[in-house]
Design a protein around this ligand. Structure first.
Ligand SMILES: [Zn+2]
Length: 267
């Protein structure tokens, strides 16, 4: 995987015949207590000093990923538009900067249905973010959750199952725990593999080394831990590149096994 262009809100890579672009929707600051030790006790003053803090808060990037096969563009997650903090919602600027015309985005797929991933379907002014959208994939177990979001009720979603292919290059992989239908996408071309893994890791400065540390918003923390370990091992042992929704922007790199846990090397 090779970097071909970059700017404040985007970084584009070549992977085989594909162009994958990391799009920076923004960031969100979260209290330290969102990080939970095994057993459920939150971190406080005992947070390891390796974790950088911004005004005493954890800072999470919010990234989406566009996959261009030369014909169509598939977008994995859409950011949060104006549904949450004003530090997010910059996906349209990121697409602009990356010179990706929104009319070319015909397929959108969600890793899961939390608001920082789905609300970018609708722009802050109420218009459709992707006027020529023809396929919208939502993990089957979260279809009801998606349909309950009033602002997005005009969208017709198709269920997405593990093993399903969105195209010749993109395959869904089950990764439940953070949410009931949480899904990763394996992107392959020219013998290279990139795993777009959604919310497998929220705080990279801690959770690679200590994958047992969970996030308060993991719907099932035990399952999220087990899934994190399984997918980290899969990525490390197969030398896959990974792309994370909350890894520090642009959020693309490689995973290796460390003395304890795993290590992340940004690309
Ligand atoms: Zn998220």
């Amino acid at each position: 995987m090779e970097r071909i262009s970059a700017g404040p809100h985007h970084t584009a890579y070549k992977i085989g015949d594909l162009t994958v672009t990391s799009l920076r929707d923004g960031y969100v600051d979260m209290p330290v207590r969102r990080l939970h030790k095994p057993g459920g006790e939150p971190f406080g003053n005992d947070l390891p000093s390796q974790v950088p803090l911004f005004d005493r808060a954890l800072r999470l990037s919010v990234n989406a990923f566009a996959i261009d096969d030369g014909q169509d563009i598939t977008l994995i997650d859409t950011g949060s538009a104006n549904a949450w903090h004003p530090t997010m919602g910059f996906l349209p600027q990121a697409l602009d900067e990356a010179r990706i015309a929104v009319e070319r985005i015909r397929t959108v797929a969600f890793t899961h249905t939390h608001l920082d991933h789905i609300h970018g379907l609708v722009l802050a002014d109420g218009r459709d973010g992707f006027p020529r959208l023809s396929r919208l994939f939502v993990p089957r177990a979260e279809l009801d959750m998606f349909r309950s979001v009033a602002r997005l009720s005009r969208f017709r979603a198709e269920p997405l199952d593990p093993g399903q292919r969105l195209s010749a290059n993109i395959e869904a992989i089950a990764a439940p725990g953070h949410e009931i239908g949480h899904t990763c996408f394996r992107v392959t071309s020219g013998g290279e593999t990139l795993l777009v893994w959604g919310d497998l890791v929220h705080v990279p400065s801690l959770q690679f080394e200590r994958p047992e540390v969970a996030w308060e918003f993991d719907a099932d923390q035990e399952q999220a831990r087990a899934t994190r370990l399984r997918i980290l091992a899969l990525a490390a042992d197969n030398a896959w590149c990974v792309a994370g929704a909350h890894l520090d922007s642009p959020g693309v790199g490689r995973v290796s096994r460390g003395e304890t846990g795993f290590r992340f090397q940004p690309l």
